[in-house]
Design a protein around this ligand. Sequence first.
Ligand code: PHE
Length: 344
Amino acid sequence: MKEQIEQLLAEVKNLTCKTEKDIEDARVRLLGKKGEITKLFDEFRTIAPELKREFGQKLNVLKKEATAKIEELKANAQAAGQTADDSFDATLPGDIRDLGSRHPVSIARQQIVSIFRKFGYDVAEGPEIEDDYHVFEALNFPPNHPARDMQDTFFVSAGHPNPLLLRTHTSSVQVRAMEKMQLPIRVICPGRVFRNEAISARAHCIFHQVEGLYIDENVTFADLKQAILLFAREMFGPDTQIRMRPSYFPFTEPSAEVDVSCNICHGKGCNICKGTGWLEILGCGMVDPNVLEASGIDSKKYSGFAFGMGIERIAMLKWQVNDLRHYFENDMRFLREFSSCVEV
Ligand code: PHE
């Protein structure tokens, strides 16, 4: 038996079959039900007990070696088969995978945020599903005030004294900032907002805003004007001019709308600025004392300004996009145009 084991061990070591059939034949011959190794295991039962230990070990080694060898030969044959497969042509060009890039609204948001960060503003975020108090009431929109119609609202739970709704502006985050933060406050609030508006080239029911708030002692309208001018020049170029037109918001007094000089025709008049030389970019004003008091801020000691802009609108003006809907259609041809835009 000893010789037989040694002979088989040598045979296993030198086994060199190539095709899958030869390997299978070798497996059956050695390890199959009537294979030679299996036969030795049968014989093993009949040998003298004092020899069992020695032969048992030898037999186990043989079986292990044979199994490992067969596996190795199978793996080699498989690998060889794959490379020999002539349907594989290494010279063909590979599949081109599109590399993703940031969405233009994200790029514009990031640019706006980083400009205000340079001016020392913190960034705050808040819930998209808000309560009436933070979106309207604390901002000087009493119940049934007609100014609520300026922002057609999607209600989540109506008929409650403080109903839940989808925020119509991120001014709600400013209210939360006034409640929580220590004075002075200098904060911007980027985020998604919702208004029940018909979708058109200039309006969408979902869009993005960046709103800003600055509250300290002796903040004046001149500070507001300067902040907006600096922002406009960083965003649209150093020659940009601004103009302010009187406006109305319940939470600011006085209020203004801000236009920037058209960055396409530089004031001469073109179809983007509709011949006026100016483009509207944001709303702003001095925070109404009622709003400060509603959040527990002493309006005799403190004053502040606030502003709010639509990110899509800023992005449309910056990159001369003529239809807001492009931002939400995910047409790759449109999105690819922004793949080389750098973040600041
Ligand atoms: N919250 C206003 C809007 O969404 C914008 C705004 C913010 C106006 C702050 C003035 C001051 O239309």
